[in-house]
Write a new protein. Structure first.
Length: 245
């Protein structure tokens, strides 16, 4: 038996149409905007900041240059939108991943090692795009935008700091708040410098080509500087101990 809507029009008793309505003007506008931002992001990733021209982006988005300029008055406003979306999405993702409740019961040394590895892998996997976006922000003529761009990037680092501050009891450094801020900024600057490097291995500052080695070294530095107390994960009681109890 086929499904039939239970509702009908009062005038003629006609059945409700079974197909989905066409997207509204607003929905089509949002879809076009997303397609354009995606095209700009992919072009920045593949061609770099200099190679991401308006014609190249328009071609990738499947639209004319004229239609692109109807959305954005110039290339700078388009790149600003790409920058804002990328780092806002990263912040939302990290707000979920760095929720302290998700790390309860895990020793602080292990938390640090996991997060450092994740940060390195994140920078490595989007290296080309990050290089283009960082270069765009750092060389921008508008000082106000440069400040805003830096603040947007630092918000994610603030989540990392919050997670560590909740674990101050495990940190033996005499000034834990200051030490936490220092190591988080140290990691961020090391990875940003690696993103901007031209490769060539760890000896030339390219930390991103060797994720396990870099993660191990950075984790060792961070744990040592913070003087993180080594606490083992709680283990299940042995069979003999359970039976004797």
């Amino acid at each position: 038996m086929s499904h039939i809507s239970s509702e009908s029009s009062a005038a003629g008793g006609r059945r409700r149409r079974a197909y989905e309505p066409l997207p509204t003007v607003q929905e089509r506008g949002r879809n076009t905007l997303e397609r354009l931002l995606n095209a700009a992001e992919r072009t920045l990733e593949s061609a770099g900041l200099e190679g991401a021209t308006v014609p190249a982006i328009a071609t990738r988005a499947g639209m004319s240059v004229g239609n692109l300029y109807k959305r954005f008055p110039d290339k700078d406003s388009l790149f600003r939108a790409v920058y804002e979306r990328f780092f806002s999405d990263a912040l939302a993702s990290n707000e979920f991943a760095l929720d302290p409740a998700k790390w309860e019961g895990i020793p602080t040394a292990e938390v640090l090692s996991t997060l450092v590895t994740g940060m390195i892998e994140g920078y490595r996997s989007r290296r080309a795009l990050l290089r283009a976006l960082l270069l765009y922000a750092q060389t921008h003529a508008d000082a106000e935008f440069r400040s805003h761009a830096e603040e947007l990037r630092l918000q994610t680092l603030g989540l990392f700091e919050r997670l560590l501050r909740d674990r101050r009891a495990d940190i033996g450094h005499p000034y834990p708040e200051r030490a936490i801020r220092f190591v988080v900024m140290l990691i961020a600057h090391a990875l940003e410098n690696a993103v901007m490097s031209e490769g060539g291995g760890i000896s030339s500052g390219d930390f991103l080509s060797h994720v396990p080695e870099t993660a191990a070294e950075l984790s060792r530095i961070v744990n040592g500087y913070l003087r993180v107390r080594r606490i083992e994960r709680p283990r299940a009681l042995s069979q003999s101990r359970r039976s004797s109890g």
